[in-house]
Design a protein around this ligand. Structure first.
Ligand code: GLV
Ligand code: MN
Ligand code: MN
Length: 413
């Protein structure tokens, strides 16, 4: 298989996809159920068709390309990732995994490999949770983990629910549960993704074999006080939501650091309402994202946040609400699949290393219920979730070669 040819096609397709952003020149912003998402999905569908795959879009906004095996009644092998991005993100996070999966499908056919079970390329909708604060919407729907209540529950910053966003995108949220694949119809899931961290690039290693993914909890917290005049309201007569919220927020990094095992906690969004220089804030909204390989650590930090909120809001005579956006436990990836990947790295003479993932992925959702494995490709200087994100096309092609070797074996069963 000519790695140069693979590199060329992966480069061509990813370069084309760069145009589907709402922030041209300022990174990739491709939020779910938007015009850019539609354009990207249409392009993916075209590539899938050209690659000889049968294309299906589901009721959750996911897109699939199917290469039927000799016995399509067998559980399929699925490979893919997500097509959405964060605000002003990079051009590789997620989407590279879909483009490489399409290239893998081309390779299987060009090399005359007829899979026994079907091979399915997946492009998932809304992995990031950027718009509604949750995450893994599409892969969760495929597994039957999303329903109408879920769609109505989560809203974006303009108060548009997933339900409304789906409708204006042309989907029927009442049919969300039809996105669930039949029990037993997916045998294995594999995902190629950029590392988004510095390890492989710094150590000049070509392939990362991911053995586990951290668990994640996400919250949207609202602290309520009372708005008053900033000049006339004495310090002991105000209900300052900022004071209560920031006393809690300032402790969160140390609670994560204390665990000393790689646990991380991030307050990525803070919003004061009404937000004026001379107004005591009535309300503060902030997000928390907590991640660890040890689920007890995540629970502990979430509990500490809850208790601190109780204490600090009582202190100002205010109140709070801690809305759960995402709870997902850490996952061990499938050792058998990883061992085959390792074999393929050896056969192809690529350097490799086992490593964990601190980023969440569709594999985190899917790995809870199906044998799942991931392969990482080096990210330049470890930069990701920013417009500087960069991964060499030739490195993506190498990882795709490893995947083709793996698929040749696991689609034989
Ligand atoms: C997704 O990229 C995440 O880890 O938040
Ligand atoms: Mn991703
Ligand atoms: Mn991401």
């Amino acid at each position: 298989m000519a790695v140069e040819q693979m590199t060329g096609r992966i480069a061509r397709d990813l370069e084309y996809l760069k145009r589907f952003t709402s922030t041209p020149g300022k990174g990739c912003t491709r939020l779910p159920f938007t015009k850019e998402a539609r354009e990207a999905v249409d392009f993916l569908k075209k590539l899938m068709e050209e690659a000889g795959l049968e294309v299906k879009e589901d009721t959750a906004g996911n897109v699939f390309g199917i290469l039927y095996g000799e016995d399509p009644s067998l559980p399929c092998v699925m490979m893919g990732s997500h097509y959405d991005s964060v605000y002003n993100g990079g051009d590789y996070d997620g989407i590279a995994g879909i483009i490489c999966a399409i290239e893998a499908a081309r390779q299987l056919q060009e090399q005359g490999i007829k899979p026994h079970c079907s091979f399915v390329v997946a492009g998932f909708c809304d992995e990031e949770g950027m718009r509604f604060g949750n995450g893994y919407f599409g892969s969760g729907a495929m597994l039957g983990h999303r329903d109408l209540d879920y769609c109505k529950q989560f809203k974006d910053k303009d108060d548009i629910s997933i339900y409304d966003a789906m409708k204006s995108y042309g989907l029927i949220p009442e049919r969300i549960e039809e996105a669930k694949w039949k029990e037993g119809s997916i045998g294995k899931f594999v995902e190629l993704h950029i590392e988004q961290g510095p390890v492989l690039d710094a150590e000049e290693i070509e392939i990362g074999l991911v053995d586990h993914i951290v668990g994640i909890q996400r919250y949207m917290i609202t602290v309520e006080g009372r708005s008053d005049h900033a000049g006339t309201t004495p310090m002991d007569m105000r209900k300052d939501a900022v004071e209560a919220a920031t006393k809690v927020i300032s402790k969160i990094p140390d609670w994560a650091r204390e665990k000393a095992d790689g646990t991380v906690a991030t307050v990525g969004l803070i919003h004061t309402i009404p937000g004026g220089v001379n107004i005591v804030a009535e309300k503060v909204e902030f997000t928390v994202d907590i991640r660890s390989k040890n689920n007890d650590n995540i629970n502990d930090i979430a509990n500490r946040i809850r208790h601190a909120l109780e204490r600090e809001t009582e202190e100002i005579g205010g109140s709070f609400n801690m809305e759960t956006k995402l709870v997902i436990t850490p996952v061990e990836l499938d050792h058998e699949i990883l061992e085959i990947m390792e074999e393929k790295c050896k056969e192809l003479h690529y350097t490799y290393k086992y490593l964990p993932s601190g980023a969440g992925h569709d594999s985190l959702e899917i790995g809870q219920v199906l044998p799942t494995a991931m392969i990482f490709v080096p990210s330049k200087d470890g930069r990701s979730h920013c417009m500087e994100e960069f991964t060499k096309y030739s490195d993506l092609a190498k990882a795709t070669q490893v995947m083709v070797g793996l698929l040749t074996e696991i689609t034989r069963e």
